[in-house]
Design a protein. Structure first.
Lengths: 262, 579, 369
């Protein structure tokens, strides 16, 4: 059974259909890219899956449960984590805190333990810190050492993107939604991130959906590519299939002149 | 003649402030309080503070952080004098324009007594010239102060500061020393420092300051280095606690009374700090929880409470009151969960007022006594000892215990899973939710924790005062607690303590007088001015929390971090330094 | 395809218990039941010949509408500032109070001359001008000193600042004018009497008719200003998007000052109405009308000018008629004391259940997200 199974997803914003009956599924361990021209509904697709908007229609079955219409934090708890197109960190928390806060839904100590400094609470705090450091070390030396205590706003753009992925990883998801993870990165950083996405699957066993504009990244990283246009899925298949698909070329480049139209 | 634009601008501002202070009666009223006998009253200090301050600013001119400013005594003095002159002239113009009319019908404070004070009791003609001259002189001194070297300036500031402190806090000093000959040596009977004792205090402050300047820097460095938790830090904390324990014993009843008020406001400030400072929910109706605590305790313990009279022991009632407060926290918190920050502020304000109006109404009078309130609330009885408002030197320990509990809870919460969730929510609510934080429970937890802390304050308050009336719970109280938190520094425990000490202790609380009773007529004016000033110039407060100051001075911190790292940069990604 | 899965979605949602929503629904239902029971109770009383008479009800409604139109005028100031700068100008109530307070001087002088009695309409016009000018100046000064340095600060910072400004202005006026309640001279007899036009007497006093008339005229004037003049369209552009408006060559600062000035002028008009309706003024006069006017602005849909007026009148009716109509019917004693509580309850309920107001919000682009 597919890890995520989406049927007939619809979402309207004031008369504009951002999503118009999208079907989508992803198997465990797959890496799927979602591409499409600007305004195709890619980010809305993520927003609906992660619960930031509830869909007007359609089902989202994740790991055997219906999740459509649930709150974002409940969906995250079930194992879907995401990043944002325009990196949204907690800029005044430190790098380490940003990741530690991601562990929130996997930990449970509340006010009681906090006040009385119970053994369980201290153990959990230690666990949170250790796990957060371990996750940060996944990115090599870029986010370790003195960087732990730097406020997130002091990071470079590429590091902010990495930190956001680290924060998402800290929620210990099964499925990771990455919204344009390489936007604003230079070629070297892009290559590094592409390898990293591969490592997310091979080392961490994550299933990944990526929205991406950089076709090189899409080619290198994805098992399968889904193309959205005007809220409709217009093509699906391997990179090669999709990149030669007429509808896709049309969506990106417009209808070639002289072709038939009715 | 070329007029320095800064002198003109600041002179005008100073003149307007002086005229304003005269018109609202501040100077006249402060004139009753002698500071240095017989030359200087608080009124004249208030009046001449403007030319001095703005003379200094005029001498400083444009602030340029890149260049070391030129400091020149003569030039500073001339600029300051010009500003002072203009300030004096504006004030005199105000006096001359208003004096032909009898305005006291509309403006009770524009009175002959005010003219008399403003003209140094010399009549309008001579007095006006005198005012301009003195204002120019003080302006010149202020300007010259900018010109002198750092050591001398710090010395002068320190000397003036200590003299002012001794003069203002006469009550505390006499209370602590409590030995007539020394008190009589320092102070004149009936108020004010002796002239020579002012000189001695100023001189001592200067001398000690110069003598120990280097040492002090060493100490503060050591204290900073010990931040992580070394022995020095613990011993400092130990000394602080010891001082707090000893202090109520050496000061008298009035000061203890004052300290109780301060402690109650620290308690409420700490509670509000959790809601506003940590969780970022601006609550303008916080007093409602205080009211729940006070009325809950009153109903449960007072034998005279109408209708319901369980007349419980304070300690037995306390857990019940806490439960009430928690319920109130949930009831207020739930409807506002999905609300924008500014609407939340107004709704909570509405809740606070509704609580007060309902308590006052005929409808609930059978339960809460309406305008008569509830009286005969017993003190805190534990075994044979009953602590109530009549024994402030014991009651202060009671409040201190609860302050300590609140401070401990805030401190723990701040650096824990709960506190991180609050911080995340404060920074970006949508993202916090998207990474798995239930904003519903985080917000409710903040409201409930804040409510319970406020209910402690309410429970203590009712036991101390013995009666509760609705007018102790109006919106003013909420706002003053907010000012305490903001002035001290949102999110900072030390900040809240400092804010309460300075504002409630010195200026006075909404219903209580502070150390400076002279200020009580104008304290709310001063509160307003402080709040605006803080928001414009130092929104992170006096003792900011690390996170908050990052938030409000993000760009600067970023730059500093970058500059810091340029020196010892070893990382290979040079492009990552800053975006 | 999508139609066949729809029931399933509905099912998953129905079984998703959300106790926050349930609580809010519970509050809604309780409020509606309480209001219905209260109204029915009042009608029964009325039918039984108890309680206020029909004439009393009518007068109550008329007086509520006139008070409400005063709230509406103050609400315009909140609404415009919120629309343009996106924060609640808590000090707007004090702008209103300052106009009333300074207007008092001119009114008293005119009264002492006997001019107030002999030429009531001209006198009132003079007082109106004084109040408007004062309020406008106060609003402009507040903007310049306290709010302009805060452009672009997080939304709560100017809100907190405005609370400080509010205190400062209140207690400045306490210092200047003293803390005692002062009274405007009584309305001239011709105005105090019921309005008579061409021999027909209307069941409304001249003062109230004047108040409602002035409100309508000001509203029309403001509407014309905002929609038809160049400055008005600049204001709307700045409200929509400050940055773009600036790029289009609009002087944003100047437009914001204009917004405060116009809001202040309207508050000044409201100040005169307060004088005519209630006469008594002190330095705290601005607080309650300020909060109520804010409620009115939200009720109508903040940023929406006709909405502010409508919200004002609705709120006037709620607090004027509500206690007697609903609370009295529920058997709650001493309902007239609860007038303010009803207004606050209206505030709370509107913000909880319909924060976009009756006519919908009009917010700047950065607030809509």
């Amino acid at each position: 059974m597919a890890l995520l199974d989406i049927r007939g997803l619809e979402k309207q914003f004031g008369g504009v259909k951002a999503l118009d009956g999208v079907d989508f599924n992803i198997e465990e361990g797959e890496i799927v890219s979602v591409i499409g021209p600007n305004g195709a509904g890619k980010t809305s697709f993520f927003n609906v899956i992660s619960g930031m908007f509830s869909p007007d229609n359609g089902t989202i079955v994740f790991d055997g449960d219906h999740v459509a219409g649930h709150l974002p934090n409940e969906i995250t708890e079930r194992g879907i984590a995401r990043t944002f197109q325009n990196v949204r960190l907690f800029p005044n928390l430190t790098v380490l805190e940003n990741v530690m806060v991601g562990m929130h839904c996997r930990t449970k100590q509340g006010m009681w333990g906090t006040i009385f400094q119970t053994r369980a609470q201290r153990a959990e705090e230690q666990l949170i810190e250790d796990t957060a450091k371990e996750i940060l070390s996944f990115f090599g030396t870029r986010l370790t050492g003195y960087r732990h205590d730097q406020p997130a706003f002091a990071l470079s753009y590429a590091n902010r993107r990495r930190l956001e992925i680290a924060r998402a990883m800290a929620t210990q998801p099964k499925l990771l939604l990455l919204d344009e993870p390489t936007a604003g990165m230079n070629p070297r950083e892009t290559i590094e991130l592409t390898q990293l996405i591969g490592k997310l699957r091979s080392e961490r066993g994550l299933t990944v959906v990526i929205i991406e504009h950089d076709m090189k990244v899409v080619r290198d990283v994805s098992d399968r590519v889904v193309v959205l246009d005007h809220g409709v899925k217009i093509a699906e298949g391997s990179y090669e299939e999709v990149s030669t698909n007429d509808d896709v070329i049309e969506a990106y480049l417009g209808r070639p002149q002289g072709s038939d139209d009715e | 003649m070329r007029l320095d634009p800064h002198s003109r601008k600041w002179g005008l501002v100073a003149g307007l402030i002086m005229s304003f202070m005269a018109a609202i009666g501040m100077i006249r009223s402060f004139d009753d309080r002698m500071m240095i006998n017989p030359v200087l009253s608080l009124g004249y200090i208030a009046l001449l503070l403007s030319p001095a301050l703005f003379g200094y600013l005029a001498a400083r001119g444009e602030v340029n952080i890149l260049e070391e400013p030129e400091r020149n005594i003569a030039e500073g003095a001339s600029k300051g004098a010009m500003a002072g002159l203009i300030a004096g002239a504006v004030t005199v113009a105000f006096l001359l324009v208003t004096s032909p009319f009898d305005l006291s019908g509309f403006f009770p404070n524009i009175s002959t007594a005010m003219y008399d004070v403003m003209t140094f009791h010399q009549g309008l003609g001579v007095g006006s010239l005198l005012l301009v001259a003195i204002s120019a002189l003080v302006g010149a001194l202020g300007g010259a102060l900018y010109g002198v070297g750092d050591v001398a300036r710090n010395g002068i500031f320190r000397a003036l500061g200590w003299v002012m402190l001794f003069a203002l806090f006469e009550l505390v000093v006499t209370d602590v020393i409590d030995f007539r000959p020394i008190v009589r040596f320092i102070y004149v009977q009936g108020g004010g420092l002796q002239f020579w004792s002012a000189l001695i205090i100023g001189g001592l402050a200067w001398w000690l300051g110069v003598r120990y300047q280097g040492k002090r820097a060493e100490y503060s460095d050591a204290a900073k280095a010990s931040e992580a938790g070394s022995r020095l830090r613990y011993s400092l904390i130990g000394v602080g606690i010891l001082l707090l324990i000893v202090l109520p014993m050496i000061v008298g009843g009035i000061v203890n009374e004052l300290l109780i008020n301060v402690a109650l406001f620290i308690l409420m400030g700490l509670g509000l700090n959790i809601v506003v400072g940590l969780a970022g929910l601006l609550d303008l109706g916080y007093v409602a929880f205080f009211a729940v605590g006070a009325y809950g305790m009153a109903v449960l313990t007072s034998p005279l409470s109408p209708t319901l009279t369980p007349a419980l022991n304070w300690w037995v009632a306390l857990p019940i009151v806490m439960v009430f407060a928690a319920i109130a926290g949930v009831l207020v918190g739930t409807p506002v969960l999905r609300m924008r920050g500014d609407y939340l502020a107004i709704v909570t304000l509405g809740f606070g007022e509704i609580v007060r109006l309902l308590l006052l109404s005929d409808w609930l009078t059978p339960y809460f006594g309406g305008a008569q309130g509830i009286t005969r609330i017993p003190g805190i009885t534990s075994g044979p000892v009953t602590i109530s408002g009549t024994s402030p030197e014991l009651f202060i320990y009671m409040t201190m215990i609860f302050v300590a509990i609140a401070a401990y809870v805030s401190h723990r919460a701040q650096n824990s899973r709960v506190g991180r969730a609050w911080a995340a929510m404060r920074e970006d609510e949508d993202v916090a939710e998207a990474i798995g934080i239930s904003t519903v429970s985080a917000k409710l937890l903040a409201f409930v924790t804040g409510a319970i802390i406020a209910s402690f304050a309410g429970a203590l308050f009712s036991a101390k005062v013995g009666t509760v009336f609705t007018n102790s719970f109006d919106v003013l109280v909420s706002i003053i607690i907010l000012v305490v938190v903001i002035v001290g520094g949102m999110g900072s425990i030390r900040g809240v303590a400092l804010g309460a000490l300075m504002l409630i202790g010195v200026l006075g609380g909404p219903k209580s007088q502070g150390l400076l009773t002279e200020f009580s007529e104008f304290k709310l004016l001063i509160y307003g001015a402080i709040l605006v000033y803080m928001m414009l110039k130092r929104p992170e407060g006096l003792l900011p929390s690390v996170r908050r100051s990052r938030e409000l001075h993000g760009a600067e911190a970023e730059q500093d971090a970058w500059l810091d790292r340029k020196g010892d940069f070893v990382d290979e990604d040079a492009e990552e330094a800053v975006t | 395809m999508s139609t066949e899965v729809a029931p399933e979605v509905a099912k998953t949602r129905r079984f998703k218990f959300n106790w926050v929503d349930s609580f809010l629904w519970f509050v809604r239902v309780v409020a509606i039941i309480a209001i219905t029971v209260g109204i029915v109770g009042s009608f029964q009383k009325f039918a039984a010949g108890e309680g206020p008479s029909a004439v009393a009800w009518r007068d109550l409604i008329i007086s509520s509408i006139s008070t409400g139109s005063m709230y509406g005028l103050i609400a315009l100031g909140y609404s415009m500032v919120y629309g343009v700068l996106g924060f609640i100008n808590f000090a707007h109530g004090e702008v209103f109070m300052s106009g009333t307070m300074v207007g008092l001087i001119s009114a008293t002088l005119l009264f002492n001359n006997g001019f107030w009695e002999s030429n009531p309409l001209i006198s009132i016009f003079v007082v109106l001008l004084v109040a408007m000018i004062t309020s406008t100046l106060v609003a402009i000064v507040i903007e310049r000193v306290a709010y302009r340095p805060l452009r672009g600060a997080p939304r709560l910072i100017p809100l907190i600042t405005s609370i400080g400004v509010s205190f400062f202005v209140q207690y400045s006026f306490a210092g200047l004018f003293g803390v005692a309640l002062r009274n405007y001279p009584p309305a001239p007899p011709r105005l105090a009497a019921d309005l008579t036009v061409f021999g027909t007497t209307f069941p409304i006093s001249g003062t109230r008719a004047l108040v409602i008339g002035v409100a309508i005229v000001s509203m029309i004037g403001l509407w014309y200003f905002v929609t038809k003049t160049k400055t008005g369209s600049a204001m709307r552009a700045v409200a929509e998007d400050k940055e773009i408006a600036g790029l289009m060559g609009i002087d944003v600062d100047k437009t914001i000052v204009t917004t405060f000035a116009v809001g202040g002028a309207m508050a000044g008009v409201a100040g005169l109405m307060w004088a005519l309706l209630f006469r008594g003024v002190d330095f705290l006069t601005g607080f309650l009308p300020g909060i109520k006017a804010f409620t009115a602005a939200v009720l109508g849909g903040i940023g929406n000018l006709p909405g502010a007026m409508l919200g004002g009148i609705m709120l006037g009716l709620f607090e004027g008629v509500g206690p007697l109509l609903v609370l009295d019917g529920l058997g709650i004693p001493g309902v007239s004391q609860l007038k303010d509580a009803v207004a606050f309850a209206a505030l709370v309920l509107v913000l909880i259940f319909r924060p976009t107001g009756l006519l919908g919000e009009r917010l700047g682009s950065e607030d809509r997200v």
